[in-house]
Design a protein around this ligand. Structure first.
Ligand SMILES: [Zn+2]
Ligand SMILES: [Zn+2]
Length: 112
């Protein structure tokens, strides 16, 4: 196909040469969505230091702080978003079971 004659773009259906603006926008939008879906774990504040603290805390406090059942995870009482400096502060942590964590988070979100 001669490159100088505009051919109909397979993406937008318009005849044009060069990069398709609509296609470029679609690729950028898809990339932005993918980036939002998969923030790196360190960007969310969960890195190796947190993983170790979490494991140690769960070993020290194996029961849910709310219902006393076996805890599955360690939660920040004050969220990292609100108090990033307390991310690794044990006094800001609590062991929770999954059901309590869900209801606790929902309550927090309602307050926020
Ligand atoms: Zn196009
Ligand atoms: Zn619980």
């Amino acid at each position: 196909m001669p490159s100088r004659a505009p051919s109909v773009c397979t993406h937008c259906g318009e005849p044009h040469t060069g990069i398709c603006a609509k296609r470029a926008a679609a690729i950028a939008a898809r990339k932005a969505r993918a980036d939002r879906r998969r923030p790196s774990s360190s960007e969310r504040g969960y890195d190796a230091a947190w993983e170790k603290l979490r494991a140690d805390y769960l070993a020290a406090y194996p029961s849910c702080a709310r219902c006393g059942q076996k805890a599955h995870l360690v939660d920040h009482k004050i969220t990292i978003a609100k108090a990033p400096e307390r991310r690794l502060d044990p006094s800001n942590l609590q062991s929770l079971c999954t059901p309590c964590h869900s209801s606790w988070k929902q309550a927090q979100d309602r307050k926020a």
